[in-house]
Each structure stands twice: as C-alpha cells, then as structure tokens.
Write a protein that binds this ligand. Structure first.
Ligand code: UD1
Ligand code: CA
Length: 482
C-alpha cells in the first residue's frame, strides 16, 4: 500500500499510488498555521529536564521542531510541564499557549484552538507536529501539505513501516476503513502491524474545528487523542491522505534509549554527508560532531574526536586523535592532536598539541605552535609565535615570532584582579620565566631563564633577574665524610 488519498467509501481515491508526483506546490498561497506539541512531561525519560529541552547532537528537541516548520506562516507551541523553562529556551517571536493540565495530544490542540489569537487567525490548514520527533524532513512535510491541499482532503498524516513499532500508534487499515490505535489500546494482532503514525498531521481547519469536539477519553490512558480524528474522518467519509516516509525521519523520543538511537541516526547522517563533501573520517564510530559544526573538504578527522557547538574546521585540517573542540574556528591546514580547544580562533597552519589546552578567548594567528602541556587563555598570539611546551599564557598579547620557552608563564592574577602581559614582536622568553603582569617586554628583547620579571624590559634588551651562581668545590666529598 503506497501513499495517496484514501477515498471516502471505496478504499482508494483518485491519486492513489505514491509514485505519482504531487501537483505543483500550491500551499505557498494557502495560509497554514503550525502547532508544535511540547507540553508533556516526558515521564518515560525519567529525567527532571522537560523532554523537549533534551539535546540531540547539541541542539534542543524544541529547536528541531521549530526549525522543521520554519516555512509555515504562523506557529504556536503548546507548553505545560515546566512551561517557563521551555519558553525561555525558544526564540521570543514564537507564540506559546499554556496547556495547564496535560490531558492528551487532542486536548493540547484544542487548547490552542480555543485561544483568542488562534480564533482570529484566518488560516485554512493546520499542521501539527510533536516536539519529540527531531528528524522530521521538511520535504516530507511539504509533500504532506501539498497532497492534502491538492486532493482537498480533510486530513493527512505521515506514516512509516518500521523495524520496531513498539510504543507507537499503529495505522490500522481495514477494507475501507482506516484508524490509528495506540500501543496500549491495540489487540495482540494489531500490535503486529509495523506501519506507525508519525504524529505529524495536516488538517483542513474546518474539519479540525468541527470534529475536535468529538474526541473522548475512552482509551487506556483516559486522554483525548488527536489520533482518533483519523477514525472519525473515516467514519464521516472524508478523504484522508497518508504519505509514507523513511522510518528514521520519524523516530520519536520517549526514553533515553530512543534519544540515543536518534542521536546515532543523525550522527551517521551528518558524517556521511561530510564524507560526500570530501572529509576523511578514520573512525566514525568514535567521532562526535554536533549538528551545528561545519567542516571543509580535505580535512581529516581521526579517532575519538569531539567537535561541538559553533565550530568551523577549514580545509585540510587534521583533527585528532583525541581532540575536543568547542565553539571554535580552526583555520586551514591546522593540526590538533590530543588537545582541548574552547571558544577560540586558530588561523591557518596552527599546530596544537599533543596535550595543549586552548581556553576561551585565545586568538592564534597563522603558523602558531602551542605544544605539550601548554595552556593559553584570553590571549592574542601573533604570526609564527611558539609556545612549544609546559607554559601558561593568560591575558596576554604576543607579537609575531615570539618564542615562549618551556616552563615560562604569565603571572596574570594577583589574587584579586587579572592583569595583562604585553610581549612585542620577536621577543625571546627563556625557560622558567615568571612574567608578573602588568608588564611589557619590548621588541626583540630577551629574558634570561629562571627570571621573575616585574618591570618592563625595553626593546632589544636582556632582562635577567637571578642571583649569581656559586660553585662550592669539594662539597660532595666533605658531605659524604660527615
Ligand atoms: C504519539 C501518538 C502516536 C504516535 C507518536 C509518534 C497520540 C495519542 N499518539 O504518541 O500515535 O505514533 O506520537 O511519535 O497522539 N503532548 C502535549 N500535551 C499532552 C500530551 C502530549 O503537548 O497533553 C505533547 C508531548 O509533549 C509530545 C507530543 O505531544 O511532544 C506527543 O506526546 P507523547 O506522549 O510523546 O505521545 P506518544 O505516546 O509518543
Ligand atoms: Ca512521543
């Protein structure tokens, strides 16, 4: 059985099988209102966080829902459980309606329809989507809307044949009947049906307004089910459209297990699409990339890399193994090995790690090296400068070609305030130097190893602060005799 319109009495209506292309997109001329259902507690998640605030690859479920119908004129989000927290997490122009008691998906829709602003709304069609189905494809939604409008049907929904239908509403098709029956209300035979309801519907507004009043609570959960409107439409001999879509795109999230399944589905899809764009992955199974990340062709991502948030990886970078990069920009040709980078910018051909920590506000120009056990924070580091080992650079500005040797640090914090260290072009900071900020090291100045520098050092000077070395001859033998 394919997509198409189910006619009122004789089973199938005019444009039956799914292979026939949908008519030209005409919904752009129709006014459509979207309703996102997000009031539920998500009891099966067993978590204090409202369900729609859980994240899939760094993005909240509610944001997926909002983005998936961004082409719709007007959208209402039904909130209820922890409403304030959910409202705060959404863009401020989104209209919210509060469902004080969660009495089911049908009740949630009726709460919107009773609201004054909705009654003033002159839309002709209503699109309903759940807040817990993040992988909805906008192409599928568009096809659903087009088919409902072009066939002048009262309702349409997305369904799918799935490998594990457990927990979903089943699409129960009789000879010339169709209805959706929830898992808990299914007979043993109905539970075997593998075609499930996605929870995504498009209703003709007149139909919804007229028949939503007929929902009742005669079901296992004692709730008003929006799904019952399919059976009602069938009884009323209205046309119903069913568009069958890929099972992954309508995976719902009711439990931590399903959250992990959806995250896994999306992760595979994202990595696959990067591969198609010419990005190499050594081990996709140990690679974690947020939905928001951008990676250019020629980049190589090695095992166990975590790339999160607003991160951009430019051409020909080598990331990992064991890299963790959050909200950062990595310029072309840079290498990041066994290191952590947070909220920072690295220009081209950077060399980071192994075992470096680039902390927020670090800006590294072209050809900068930050090596083993070195940490930078809120610092600008000029072209070609090197911090190759065992160093801390915080609240500092380094010019170009600065050498910051092993064991040297900026002493930026006096216990109360942070102070700046300014190191001009070509300066050479010896090993184990403490630069006590605020302090300026002039252009091409040198600092002797082991110095504690508390005063500015002029250009091309040697700054040195240490006592003269004493050698005590014969000391070791005398000590042994004692
Ligand atoms: C629902 C469908 C089921 C479908 C599945 C797809 C019903 C009765 N069942 O089941 O046929 O296969 O989605 O994922 O609709 N919500 C409210 N207010 C309420 C109740 C729920 O806003 O009073 C919201 C929830 O926050 C959630 C969505 O509606 O985002 C779906 O509710 P949920 O309880 O998850 O329904 P399912 O049991 O998954
Ligand atoms: Ca659900």
């Amino acid at each position: 059985m394919g997509d198409g319109v189910i006619g009122n009495t004789l089973g199938f209506g005019p444009n039956v099988e799914g292979s026939s292309p949908s008519p030209p997109a005409n919904f752009k001329q129709m006014r459509i209102t979207g309703i996102i259902l997000a009031a539920g507690k998500g009891t099966r998640m067993k978590s204090d966080l409202p369900k729609v605030l859980h994240t899939v690859l760094g993005k909240k479920l509610i944001s997926y829902a909002i983005d998936s119908i961004s082409g719709i004129d007007d959208t209402y989000v039904v909130v209820g459980h922890e409403a304030d927290q959910v409202i705060q997490s959404m863009p401020s122009d989104i209209k919210t309606i509060i469902q004080h008691e969660q009495k089911g998906t049908g009740h949630a829709v009726s709460v919107v329809m009773e609201s004054t602003s909705f009654q003033e709304d002159n839309s002709e069609y209503i699109l309903i989507i759940p807040g817990d189905v993040p992988l909805i494809s906008d192409v599928d939604v568009e096809e659903l809307i087009n088919k409902v409008i072009s066939s002048e049907s009262s309702v349409g929904f997305l369904s799918s044949h799935v490998s594990n239908p457990f927990g979903y509403g089943r699409v129960v098709r009789g000879k010339d009947t169709i209805e959706i029956i929830e898992e808990r209300d299914c007979s043993e035979d109905q539970k075997k049906i593998d075609e499930i309801n996605s929870g995504i519907y498009c209703f003709k507004k007149d139909f919804l307004t007229r028949y939503i009043k007929e929902l009742d609570t005669s079901n296992a959960q004692g709730e008003l089910y929006i799904t019952d409107l399919i059976g009602i439409a069938n009884n009323e001999k209205k046309d119903i459209v069913i568009v069958q879509v890929d099972e992954h795109s309508i995976q719902g999230i009711n439990s931590m297990g399903q959250l992990n399944e959806v995250e896994d589905t999306l992760q595979k899809k994202i990595i696959q699409s990067f591969m198609e764009d010419g990005v190499y992955f050594q081990d996709p199974t140990s690679t974690y990339i947020d939905e928001s990340v951008k990676i250019s062709s020629g980049a190589k991502i090695f095992a166990n890399s975590h790339i999160k948030g607003n991160t951009v990886i430019e051409e020909n970078c080598e990331i990992g193994p064991n890299a963790q990069i959050n909200d950062s920009h990595i310029g072309q040709g840079s290498k990041v090995i066994n290191s952590v980078i947070d909220e920072s910018k690295i220009e081209s051909n950077g060399s980071i790690g192994p075992f470096a920590h680039i902390r927020p506000g670090s800006e590294l120009a072209d050809n900068v090296k930050v090596g083993a056990f070195a940490e930078t924070k809120k610092s600008k580091i000029g072209k070609g400068s090197k911090i190759p080992h065992l160093a801390y650079v915080g609240d500092a500005e380094l010019g170009t070609e600065v050498n910051f040797s092993a064991g040297a640090i900026t002493v930026n914090y006096d216990g109360k305030n942070k102070h700046k260290t300014d190191i001009k072009d070509g300066a050479f900071i010896g090993s184990d130097v403490m630069l006590v900020a605020p302090v300026t090291i002039g252009k091409e100045a040198m600092i002797g190893a082991g110095s504690v520098i508390t005063k500015d050092v002029p250009e091309k000077s040697l700054g040195i602060e240490r006592s003269d070395q004493k050698n005590i001859e014969g000391y070791v033998d005398r000590k042994k005799k004692k």
